[in-house]
Design a protein around this ligand. Structure first.
Ligand SMILES: [Zn+2]
Length: 164
Protein backbone atom coordinates (compact mmCIF):
# COMPACT_ATOMS: atom_id res chain seq x y z
CA UNK A 1 0.00 0.00 0.00
CA UNK A 2 1.44 3.35 -1.05
CA UNK A 3 1.59 6.09 1.50
CA UNK A 4 -0.12 9.07 -0.06
CA UNK A 5 -0.54 12.45 1.50
CA UNK A 6 -2.38 15.65 0.70
CA UNK A 7 -0.27 18.01 -1.40
CA UNK A 8 0.08 21.68 -0.54
CA UNK A 9 -2.67 24.05 -1.70
CA UNK A 10 -0.09 25.97 -3.81
CA UNK A 11 1.13 22.84 -5.64
CA UNK A 12 0.64 23.32 -9.42
CA UNK A 13 -0.76 19.77 -9.63
CA UNK A 14 -3.97 21.13 -8.12
CA UNK A 15 -4.60 23.37 -11.14
CA UNK A 16 -3.76 20.83 -13.83
CA UNK A 17 -6.30 19.12 -16.05
CA UNK A 18 -6.30 15.39 -15.22
CA UNK A 19 -6.15 12.61 -17.82
CA UNK A 20 -8.61 9.70 -17.96
CA UNK A 21 -7.78 6.44 -16.21
CA UNK A 22 -6.91 3.80 -18.80
CA UNK A 23 -6.95 0.22 -17.48
CA UNK A 24 -4.66 -0.95 -20.29
CA UNK A 25 -1.86 1.53 -19.64
CA UNK A 26 -2.52 2.56 -16.02
CA UNK A 27 -3.28 -0.92 -14.70
CA UNK A 28 -5.52 -1.83 -11.81
CA UNK A 29 -7.15 0.96 -9.87
CA UNK A 30 -8.46 -0.87 -6.80
CA UNK A 31 -5.37 -0.19 -4.69
CA UNK A 32 -5.28 3.53 -5.52
CA UNK A 33 -8.98 3.74 -4.67
CA UNK A 34 -8.41 2.12 -1.28
CA UNK A 35 -5.44 4.40 -0.60
CA UNK A 36 -7.52 7.46 -1.49
CA UNK A 37 -10.35 6.39 0.83
CA UNK A 38 -7.77 5.92 3.59
CA UNK A 39 -6.45 9.48 3.15
CA UNK A 40 -10.00 10.85 3.00
CA UNK A 41 -11.08 9.11 6.22
CA UNK A 42 -7.86 10.05 8.02
CA UNK A 43 -8.73 13.69 7.38
CA UNK A 44 -12.45 13.26 8.11
CA UNK A 45 -13.34 14.22 4.55
CA UNK A 46 -16.40 13.27 2.53
CA UNK A 47 -14.66 13.57 -0.85
CA UNK A 48 -11.13 13.41 -2.24
CA UNK A 49 -9.87 13.74 -5.81
CA UNK A 50 -6.66 12.12 -7.07
CA UNK A 51 -4.91 15.46 -7.83
CA UNK A 52 -5.21 16.33 -4.11
CA UNK A 53 -2.65 13.59 -3.44
CA UNK A 54 -0.58 14.56 -6.48
CA UNK A 55 -2.00 12.13 -9.05
CA UNK A 56 -3.37 13.86 -12.14
CA UNK A 57 -5.85 11.15 -13.08
CA UNK A 58 -9.63 11.42 -13.42
CA UNK A 59 -10.50 9.57 -10.22
CA UNK A 60 -12.22 10.64 -7.02
CA UNK A 61 -13.68 9.02 -3.95
CA UNK A 62 -16.59 10.14 -1.82
CA UNK A 63 -18.76 8.96 1.02
CA UNK A 64 -18.32 7.82 4.59
CA UNK A 65 -16.98 4.68 6.30
CA UNK A 66 -20.29 2.83 5.83
CA UNK A 67 -20.94 3.79 2.20
CA UNK A 68 -18.28 5.01 -0.18
CA UNK A 69 -17.81 5.31 -3.94
CA UNK A 70 -14.74 5.25 -6.15
CA UNK A 71 -15.63 7.23 -9.29
CA UNK A 72 -13.40 6.75 -12.32
CA UNK A 73 -13.59 8.97 -15.42
CA UNK A 74 -16.71 10.75 -14.13
CA UNK A 75 -18.89 12.97 -16.29
CA UNK A 76 -21.69 15.37 -15.43
CA UNK A 77 -24.35 14.82 -18.09
CA UNK A 78 -26.75 17.51 -16.91
CA UNK A 79 -27.71 19.52 -13.87
CA UNK A 80 -30.87 21.16 -12.60
CA UNK A 81 -31.80 23.57 -9.82
CA UNK A 82 -29.44 25.74 -7.87
CA UNK A 83 -28.15 25.53 -4.34
CA UNK A 84 -25.72 27.75 -2.47
CA UNK A 85 -24.21 26.04 0.56
CA UNK A 86 -21.06 26.19 2.61
CA UNK A 87 -18.25 23.86 1.54
CA UNK A 88 -14.84 22.94 2.80
CA UNK A 89 -11.97 21.25 0.98
CA UNK A 90 -9.26 18.95 2.39
CA UNK A 91 -6.69 20.94 0.36
CA UNK A 92 -7.64 24.18 2.15
CA UNK A 93 -8.01 23.36 5.85
CA UNK A 94 -10.08 25.91 7.76
CA UNK A 95 -11.46 27.62 4.66
CA UNK A 96 -15.24 27.61 4.25
CA UNK A 97 -16.94 29.10 1.20
CA UNK A 98 -20.53 29.40 0.01
CA UNK A 99 -20.51 27.91 -3.48
CA UNK A 100 -23.27 27.79 -6.09
CA UNK A 101 -23.89 24.30 -7.44
CA UNK A 102 -26.62 22.37 -9.22
CA UNK A 103 -29.11 20.90 -6.73
CA UNK A 104 -29.41 17.70 -8.81
CA UNK A 105 -27.00 16.18 -11.31
CA UNK A 106 -27.18 13.31 -13.75
CA UNK A 107 -23.77 11.67 -13.84
CA UNK A 108 -21.85 8.84 -15.42
CA UNK A 109 -18.75 7.19 -14.03
CA UNK A 110 -16.90 3.89 -14.08
CA UNK A 111 -16.28 1.76 -11.02
CA UNK A 112 -12.95 0.10 -10.15
CA UNK A 113 -13.68 -2.73 -12.59
CA UNK A 114 -14.38 -0.31 -15.43
CA UNK A 115 -18.13 -0.94 -15.40
CA UNK A 116 -20.14 2.14 -16.34
CA UNK A 117 -22.87 3.56 -14.08
CA UNK A 118 -25.42 6.30 -14.68
CA UNK A 119 -26.90 7.86 -11.58
CA UNK A 120 -28.79 10.88 -10.36
CA UNK A 121 -27.64 12.61 -7.19
CA UNK A 122 -29.19 15.43 -5.18
CA UNK A 123 -28.25 17.54 -2.18
CA UNK A 124 -24.96 16.86 -0.42
CA UNK A 125 -23.91 13.95 -2.64
CA UNK A 126 -24.53 16.08 -5.76
CA UNK A 127 -22.49 18.88 -4.18
CA UNK A 128 -19.56 16.62 -3.34
CA UNK A 129 -19.66 15.08 -6.82
CA UNK A 130 -19.48 18.55 -8.45
CA UNK A 131 -16.71 19.72 -6.09
CA UNK A 132 -14.55 16.64 -6.76
CA UNK A 133 -15.30 16.72 -10.49
CA UNK A 134 -14.01 20.33 -10.60
CA UNK A 135 -10.69 19.14 -9.08
CA UNK A 136 -10.20 16.86 -12.10
CA UNK A 137 -10.33 19.93 -14.33
CA UNK A 138 -7.86 21.84 -12.16
CA UNK A 139 -10.62 23.93 -10.58
CA UNK A 140 -10.68 24.47 -6.82
CA UNK A 141 -13.58 25.96 -4.87
CA UNK A 142 -11.61 29.19 -4.37
CA UNK A 143 -12.14 29.75 -8.13
CA UNK A 144 -15.94 29.51 -7.77
CA UNK A 145 -16.59 32.54 -5.54
CA UNK A 146 -16.12 36.31 -5.82
CA UNK A 147 -12.87 37.92 -4.72
CA UNK A 148 -14.73 39.70 -1.91
CA UNK A 149 -16.17 36.43 -0.54
CA UNK A 150 -12.77 34.78 -0.77
CA UNK A 151 -11.03 37.68 1.03
CA UNK A 152 -13.56 37.58 3.87
CA UNK A 153 -13.34 33.80 4.19
CA UNK A 154 -9.52 33.98 4.13
CA UNK A 155 -9.60 36.41 7.09
CA UNK A 156 -11.87 34.07 9.04
CA UNK A 157 -9.54 31.20 8.13
CA UNK A 158 -6.49 33.01 9.51
CA UNK A 159 -8.25 33.57 12.83
CA UNK A 160 -9.39 29.95 12.90
CA UNK A 161 -5.90 28.60 12.17
CA UNK A 162 -4.36 30.83 14.88
CA UNK A 163 -6.78 29.43 17.45
CA UNK A 164 -5.82 25.83 16.64
ZN1 LIG B 1 -11.64 19.92 -2.65
Amino acid sequence: MANYNLINEKDPKLIEECTPWNWETDGEIAELGRDMLKVMFEHNGIGLAAPQIGINKRVFVMGNPTQSFICVNPEILSGTGEAKEQEGCLSFPGLWLHVNRFETVQVRYQDILGKQHEREFSGLVARVFQHEYDHLNGICFVNKVSKLSLDMATKRRKKFLKRK
